[in-house]
Design a protein around this ligand. Structure first.
Ligand SMILES: Cc1cc2nc3c(=O)[nH]c(=O)nc-3n(C[C@H](O)[C@H](O)[C@H](O)COP(=O)(O)O)c2cc1C
Length: 215
C-alpha cells in the first residue's frame, strides 16, 4: 500500500483546486473529490521509527532513501487504487472524471493538502451523478488494437501506419477560425494538449516535485 487518498470535503479547498487545476469549475461543484497520492512518506517514517538506521549501522550499510524508482512504484499503486475507485463508483451508477492537472502548481497543492517530501499527487478523480445526456454518450473510439498491442517486442510506428491510425479522426477534424493553418490531428493535438500552457506548467511542477523527492 504505497498510496493514500485525500477525500476533499472542505468547499474552500475544492474551490481552490478548481482554480489551481487549470481552471476547471466543475471540480468545485463535484459532490466527491479524491486526490490519489503516491505515498512513500508513511513507509519511510515507519522504517525510521522502526530503527532501520540502527540495523543498517549494525550491518555496516548505508540507509537507503526513496528514489525515482520508488516513486514510480508508488504512482502505479496509487493509480491502480484510483481506477478501482472509478470502477466501483460506476457499479453504483456514479460518474467520474480524472484530473491530471493535480500534478501542476506543486507549491500550491503542497501547502493546501499538507504534502510532505515523499508524497506525490499523481491523480485526482472527481465523482458525481451523470446526466441523462452523459449516460447516453457514445463511447469514444479507440485506436485499433494492432497499434497498441504488440507481440513479444515493441514496434515503433511509421508514417503510413499513422495515416491509417488517424484516418477516422482526420476526417472529423473540425474546421473554423481556431483551426486556421492546422492540417492534421497531430498538429491539433500538439497545440491543444502537448504544448499548451497547462502541459508546460505540469512539466515545471513535476520537475520541482522530483527535486524535492530526491533532496
Ligand atoms: C490521466 C488522465 C488525466 C485527465 N485529466 C483530465 C482533466 O484534467 N480534465 C478533464 O476534464 N478530463 C481529464 N481527463 C478525462 C479525459 O479527458 C476523458 O474524458 C476520459 O479519459 C474519458 O475518455 P474517453 O471519452 O476516451 O472514454 C483525464 C483522463 C486521464 C486518463
Amino acid at each position: 500500500m504505497l498510496y493514500s487518498i485525500v477525500d476533499v470535503t472542505d468547499q474552500k479547498i475544492k474551490d481552490r483546486l478548481a482554480v489551481s487545476c487549470d481552471n476547471q469549475p466543475f471540480i468545485a461543484r463535484a459532490p466527491m473529490v479524491w486526490v490519489f497520492l503516491a505515498d512513500y512518506q508513511r513507509w519511510y517514517d515507519y522504517f525510521i521509527a522502526s530503527g532501520v538506521e540502527e540495523i543498517c549501522a549494525q550491518q555496516k550499510t548505508s540507509t537507503q532513501k526513496p528514489e525515482e524508482a520508488d516513486l514510480f512504484l508508488a504512482c502505479s499503486d496509487a493509480l491502480i487504487a484510483a481506477q478501482n475507485a472509478v470502477i466501483a463508483a460506476e457499479s453504483f451508477g456514479l460518474g467520474s472524471c480524472y484530473i491530471g492537472d493535480i500534478m501542476e502548481q506543486y507549491e500550491t497543492h503542497k501547502e493546501l493538502l499538507h504534502l510532505p517530501q515523499y508524497v506525490f499527487p499523481i491523480g485526482m478523480v472527481v465523482f458525481g451523478y451523470p446526466t441523462q445526456q452523459q449516460k447516453q454518450r457514445e463511447y469514444s473510439t479507440r485506436f485499433d488494437k494492432k497499434f497498441i498491442v504488440f507481440e513479444n517486442q515493441y514496434r515503433q510506428l511509421g508514417r503510413h501506419e499513422f495515416d491509417e491510425m488517424f484516418a477516422e479522426r482526420q476526417s472529423q477534424l473540425p474546421k473554423g477560425k481556431s483551426m486556421e493553418g492546422i492540417n492534421n490531428v497531430g498538429q491539433a493535438i500538439y497545440l491543444r494538449k502537448f504544448s499548451a500552457d497547462f502541459s508546460v506548467e505540469m512539466r515545471r511542477s513535476v520537475r520541482e516535485i522530483l527535486k524535492s523527492w530526491m533532496k
